[in-house]
Ligand binder design. Structure first.
Ligand SMILES: Cc1cc2nc3c(=O)[nH]c(=O)nc-3n(C[C@H](O)[C@H](O)[C@H](O)COP(=O)(O)OP(=O)(O)OC[C@H]3O[C@@H](n4cnc5c(N)ncnc54)[C@H](O)[C@@H]3O)c2cc1C
Length: 506
């Protein structure tokens, strides 16, 4: 026992990763594969964070993510395939022929087909007068994607790597430098003037960036708007949670360790350097490098309580704010509820003015259309969620909270009846999650989905990479470059592990 009565664990590690979200696991597996001694500490019972699952009455629900990019077979942007391969793992996936079926105001019904030509044709049929503009905007997204997809995606904080890729792919690099400070909305407005089409492009961005096109970095838009037609959207067989389970299996095969129910309460500092962590049960572990997969707000405000907020983080917090969390409805429904030909992912909005409102846009995912094994026979899962802020759900008595949840759920279901008539009568199971649930189970500050620009920023230039101002401490996941989404945080994991490997000389 130490002076403070805490138990110091004997083992020393090369790297400790706080959290087993996709960002943390990709960092850990990549480093373990390079021979580093890695320990992952996860406060929950299973790995995956926002990409985990839970089971109820024969249903296996994805906690969050279900529209999965990064499982392509070609190019370099298929980072989930590559992360698994890094530890000799692979998994079966089911291709989704349509990324999203939009149900938008003024009866704008549109499907984003995997086939690029088919999507452009369908969109052009709705806005024939914008035929050229549509083609130019989406083709410019391809330019961004082709640059990214030409090079190995590693740490942009590593000068030797930057030099190497520059000499290997000079045009791709210059292309990316050009797009780095730009936002998708500005580029769309260069080619398109129809206000409704511009609103559609806002929604195309909002449904993953949670901000309209004017605030969405062109690098991310280029990636999403092209990869959906290239690598495509592929659902992992057995549910999204299996990705993390496979990564953990791979981590352990390469000698890495993971502990569950291991909540880190403090990052330990010595002479201004991060040297270890303390858990809620008092155990302490030390390592040469510490990686936090918690959000930046949690990392700097909760795990480093004895340190003043670094100036750089203060600045970051002025530029980026917490996006809303979600009100989530996990439904089990009778199969008859779904009309024949129903697609897996839907976005529903009745009035353009409410796109960014609390409980404005509704997102729907029906993974059992791709993998029926996730529900009992004759049933489907409908996971639906809509942005919601924590302050809407605080200061309520237990009874008020429960009543508010019920009321919000039935309002959502009523709205969903527009696309699934008969939904109320077909309900078999219902579980409601609020921003409080997201905060509690995902360990995310205010349950936030991640950082969003608090004002218009120059593209992705303001997103921090993995190193922090604290020597020995790195961040990984959606509050680092390039932001939210499983494939994006996998990118952050590749970059973080690369930077650490260079720093450790392995
Ligand atoms: C409802 C919803 C739907 C989404 N849909 C999609 C989608 O369709 N496609 C897509 O690509 N992305 C989607 N996303 C986004 C995507 O899931 C996230 O961007 C991504 O999973 C975040 O990964 P991460 O590694 O940054 O962190 P997280 O997933 O937040 O993981 C962090 C981990 O760290 C652990 N942790 C935190 N603090 C501590 C601590 N002190 N001690 C120990 N452990 C700790 C947490 O328990 C958690 O396991 C969705 C997200 C949500 C919430």
């Amino acid at each position: 026992m130490t002076r403070t009565g805490t138990a110091i664990a004997k083992q020393d590690y090369d790297v400790i990763v706080i959290g087993s979200g996709m960002g943390g696991l990709v960092t850990a597996t990549q480093l373990a594969a390079k021979g580093a001694k890695v320990l992952v500490l996860e406060k929950y019972l299973i790995p995956g964070g926002s990409a985990a699952y839970f089971e109820r009455e024969g249903y296996r629900f994805d906690v969050g993510a279900s529209m999965i990019f990064g499982f392509g077979t070609e190019g370099t942007t298929n980072l989930l395939t590559r992360a698994l391969e890094g530890v000799n793992m692979s998994m079966e996936t089911i291709p989704d022929p349509v990324q999203i079926h939009y149900h938008l105001p003024n009866n704008l019904e549109l499907k984003v087909h995997k086939n690029y030509g088919k999507f452009i044709e369908e969109l052009t049929a709705k806005f024939p007068h914008e035929k050229i503009g549509i083609r130019r905007f989406y083709d410019e997204c391809w330019q961004v994607f082709n640059c990214l997809n030409a090079m190995e995606l590693l740490s942009l904080e590593e000068p030797r790597y930057l030099m190497r890729v520059f000499f290997q792919h000079p045009f791709a690099c210059l292309g990316l430098v050009k797009y780095l400070p730009q936002n998708a909305g500005d580029i769309a407005r260069r080619y398109i003037s129809d206000p409704e089409l511009l609103k559609f492009i806002d929604m195309e961005c909002y449904c993953w960036s949670v901000v309209p096109a004017g605030k969405t970095p062109m690098i991310n838009a280029g990636m999403v708007f092209s990869d959906r037609h290239y690598g495509g959207i592929n659902y992992p067989k057995g549910g999204v949670g299996t990705i993390s389970e496979k990564l953990v299996e791979g981590l352990e095969k390469f000698g890495g360790e993971i502990q569950y129910k291991a909540r880190v309460t403090n990052i330990l500092m010595e002479q201004g350097k991060a040297v270890g962590v303390r858990l809620a049960d008092g155990k302490e572990y030390r390592a040469k490098r510490i990686v936090s997969n918690a959000t930046r707000w949690d990392t700097f405000e909760k795990l480093l309580t004895n340190n003043p907020l670094p100036k750089k983080e203060e600045k970051w917090q002025q530029r980026y704010e917490k996006s809303p969390s979600f009100l989530s409805l996990h439904l089990g429904v009778k199969s008859e509820v779904l009309p024949i030909g129903t697609e897996c992912h839907h976005v529903l909005l009745e009035e353009w003015e409410t796109m960014e409102d609390e409980q404005g846009t509704i997102f729907v995912s029906i993974p059992t259309l791709l993998d029926p094994s996730l529900a009992p026979p004759g049933h489907h899962i409908i996971h639906t969620f809509t942005p919601s802020y924590i302050n809407e759900w605080e200061g309520l008595s237990k009874q008020e909270y429960s009543q508010k949840k019920e009321a919000a759920a039935s309002h959502l279901i009523k709205r969903l009846e527009k696309i699934f008539p008969g939904l109320v009568d077909g309900l078999d199971y219902q579980e409601v999650g609020t921003p409080r649930t997201h905060r509690r189970f995902l360990g995310r500050n205010d349950g936030t989905y991640g950082p969003i620009p608090s004002r218009k920023l120059p593209g992705l230039l303001g997103m921090p990479f993995n190193r922090t101002v604290i020597p020995g401490l790195y961040c990984v996941g959606d509050s680092t470059f390039p932001g939210q989404g499983l494939n994006a945080v996998a990118f952050s994991g590749f970059a973080c592990s690369h930077r650490i490997a260079v720093d450790l000389g392995i």
